[in-house]
Design a protein around this ligand. Structure first.
Ligand SMILES: Cc1cc2nc3c(=O)[nH]c(=O)nc-3n(C[C@H](O)[C@H](O)[C@H](O)COP(=O)(O)O)c2cc1C
Ligand code: SF4
Length: 686
């Protein structure tokens, strides 16, 4: 099949030094929460992307030496021969699909407390650890710098042995090399500090060392922030870094351009639009003859083509879009744009890194499960019987279960109580900044158009009797969950007593359904992820006088792990929301909210007209229990199996609901025992 003429440019090969990428689809370095701990899982993550058409597939950041260990972050390492063998698993598989493999050699500097190796961290000067671990770096001596150059060179040689085609010099993200470039931090008095030329010296030397060591067969890429910070409003601040870029513009084989502000570079869709680095990247591109790659949550082929044609970049870099859809390039190549599972910009994938567990994705439930469960993002086993399956509830779990069951060939009935499919995804995507989240629904509804065996029934609330009448062989109950209005949660281990007056008490479900309070509001955020903050923002937009209260030490605490926290704080402050931290809501009588300090218990009162309780959710599982009883009792019309999935089973993030729906579909009629279904990846002692 020939590629649509509009997109042909995306499939042109690009020379990168001594190697050639077969097309412009470039998976930039991104963590997986697997790293050196789970080499088989991560190898299959990367191999799947190569299979999906990415021309270049890179590792996550990869430590060159034990003086940079980022434990407990599960990074990669290239310290010795064992590491070479582990990486070989990945590079061989990536090469099988005709893609290039890249490795991002990493020197942590003061950011690595070296919890594993217990080596003292080294950096440009003696400075604190950026994660506030109480370990400070020592200032590097010139002999340290010589050692470091040797270690980087050795790691580059090991990378070549491991089969990598592209070797990175990682000079951004506040790690050691970018600290040397930094005019504020680099106060050294020797030839590595002070003037711009001196601050660039180490990066320049390391680029030259790497080219000298492996440049005959490997391309040398540099990841580099092009601005001097700021740029939050989209206005680039280009001065010192740009001048340094100009001075080094022709040194490496490839520039991987990003910006100082990580929350902008890896912007969540709540705050940052697709392709928002254009102003930064195009400047860099205009100053070098070397190929440039950059990022921007690119999921639209038209946007990608625009970037290439306007000369913004040569290669379309992607981390999250390649996680959400490893087969994105192939789908464009085959003219199947409507099948692209677009990233929603929720940054749940990043929590794998920040919380040190294998990465998961809201849109792609198979991510990370390629090796251990044998799940492929596009392929699935055919049905195991001619059974008919009823899925009750059209939220993220129900939609994904119905889609994947339909893909397996089952006859599926999807019954949704309301007029609109999507459940919580539809409701939440109407909240400020969350519009892209509707892609979770829209991708699945788009797939239903291709699955005549999946029938959807809206406004079809199911009772036990209705289900028995349908007589399905299997039933999945995916009826979601309801935000509680009795205060039960972290602050109250039982319901509040007395309950706050119902006419002045609201939950996120009320706000999402359009039941808005009049007057002042206190949003009590026991939940601590995005919902409390988004509701506060919505109420401020509505004109309410809003106070946001949380027992957490940060507003929307868990958004720290999705790297949105700074932006959340800024947004709430700009919206005029008053933020109260470290306090829980003890009681509310319709006029006064009594709050308690989580440490001392000291009480304070806030005069307010209403409260919104964002505490926790109650699974809607009554129907499941009724049906399970009917199954146990052998009632006529009862299905062979019934399973409760998603939030109706255990409320959690949307990614967990999608995963539950997918798992249900994969495992229906599966003859393997649950303990046989998941392989365990281990680093074995030699
Ligand atoms: C889960 C995750 C892990 C990441 N890990 C790294 C990393 O190890 N090294 C790095 O340079 N950038 C890392 N990044 C940043 C990405 O390379 C990229 O710049 C950013 O996600 C923006 O690109 P995107 O819009 O295509 O996601 C990571 C991003 C994500 C989402
Ligand atoms: S978890 Fe969210 S942000 Fe990350 S790739 Fe998946 S959809 Fe995109």
């Amino acid at each position: 099949m020939s590629v649509d003429a509009r997109y042909k440019i995306l499939f042109e090969p690009v020379d990168i030094g001594p190697v050639t990428a077969k097309n412009r689809f470039y998976q930039v370095p991104h963590c997986t929460g697997m790293g050196w701990l789970r080499p088989n899982m991560v190898a299959d993550v990367r191999a799947t992307k190569a299979d999906g058409g990415w021309g270049v597939v890179c590792t996550e950041y990869c430590s060159i030496h034990p003086t940079s260990d980022d434990v407990p972050f599960p990074t990669h390492t290239l310290w010795d021969d064992d590491d070479i063998r582990a990486h070989r698993v990945m590079t061989d598989k990536v090469h099988e699909h005709g893609a290039l493999a890249g490795v991002e050699l990493w020197i942590g500097g003061s950011s690595s407390p070296n919890f594993l190796s217990r080596e003292a961290p080294m950096d440009v000067v003696s400075m604190p650890n950026w994660n506030a671990d109480p370990y400070q770096s020592r200032a590097m001596t010139k002999s340290d710098i010589r050692d470091l150059r040797g270690w980087h060179r050795d790691a580059a040689l090991r990378a070549k042995d491991a089969g990598f085609d592209i070797v990175y010099v990682y000079a951004t993200h506040h790690y050691l090399l970018s600290n040397f470039l930094n005019p504020t931090l680099n106060t050294r008095g020797d030839e590595y500090g002070g003037s711009q030329e001196n601050r660039m010296r180490l990066v320049r030397e390391i680029i030259e060392d790497t080219k000298d060591a492996v440049g005959d067969s490997c391309a040398v890429a540099v990841r580099f922030a092009i601005d001097d910070g700021g740029g939050q409003d989209g206005a680039p601040v280009h001065a010192d870094r740009m001048e340094m870029f100009e001075a080094m513009a022709e040194l490496p084989d490839l520039w991987d351009i990003n910006v100082e502000n990580y929350a902008l570079e890896m912007g969540a869709s709540r705050f940052v639009a697709e392709g928002s680095l254009e102003a930064h990247v195009s400047k860099a591109k205009s100053m070098t003859s070397k190929p440039v790659v950059s990022v921007g949550r690119f999921t639209s082929p038209d946007t990608m083509v625009g970037q290439v044609k306007r000369g913004v970049m040569d290669l379309i870099g992607a981390a999250r879009p390649s996680i959400a859809d490893p087969f994105l390039p192939k789908k464009i190549e085959e003219g199947r744009q409507e099948d692209i599972r677009e990233c929603i910009g929720c940054n749940i994938c990043y929590t794998g890194d920040s919380r040190h567990y294998p990465t998961r994705c809201t849109q792609n439930p198979t991510f990370g499960e390629e090796w251990r469960r044998g799940w492929h993002p596009e392929k699935i086993a055919s049905k195991g019987s001619d059974s008919m399956v009823l899925v009750v509830g059209g939220g993220p779990a129900g939609l994904e279960a119905a889609r994947a069951l339909g893909q397996r060939g089952y006859d599926v009935m999807l019954a949704e109580a309301t007029r609109e499919l999507g459940g919580r995804v539809s409701a939440e995507s109407a909240l400020p900044g969350l519009a892209e989240w509707a892609r979770v629904r829209d991708y699945r509804l788009g797939q239903f158009n291709k699955l005549p065996n999946v029938e959807t029934y809206r406004e079809s609330e199911m009772t036990l009797e209705n289900i028995l009448e349908v007589g399905a062989d299997h039933v999945a109950i995916a009826t979601g969950a309801t935000w509680r209005r009795d205060g039960f949660g972290h602050t109250h281990e039982v319901a509040m007593d007395p309950l706050p007056p119902p006419e002045n008490t609201f939950t996120p479900d009320d706000i999402m359904a359009g039941r808005m309070p009049a007057g002042s509001v206190l949003v009590s955020d026991d939940d601590r992820f995005y919902m409390g903050g988004v509701i506060a923002e919505k109420l401020a937009e509505n004109g309410n006088d809003v106070t946001y209260l949380t027992p957490g030490s940060l507003a929307s605490y868990w958004t720290f792990y999705t790297d949105e926290h700074d932006l959340v704080y800024e947004r709430l402050t700009e919206a005029g929301v008053q933020i109260i931290l470290n306090r829980g809501l003890l009681s509310f009588d319709g006029a006064q909210a009594v709050t308690g300090c989580v440490y001392t218990g000291a009480q304070e009162t806030v005069n307010v007209d209403n409260v919104v309780l964002v505490t926790c959710r109650e699974p809607r599982d009554a129907l499941f229990h009724e049906l399970q009883q009917a199954v146990d009792d052998g009632v006529e019309g009862a299905p062979k199996t019934v399973q409760c999935i998603g939030d109706a089973n255990a409320p959690a993030i949307i990614a967990a609901a999608v995963f539950a729906g997918h798992k249900y579909a994969r495992e229906l009629d599966c003859d393997k025992r649950p303990d046989e279904r998941v392989k365990v990846d281990r680093v074995l002692a030699r």
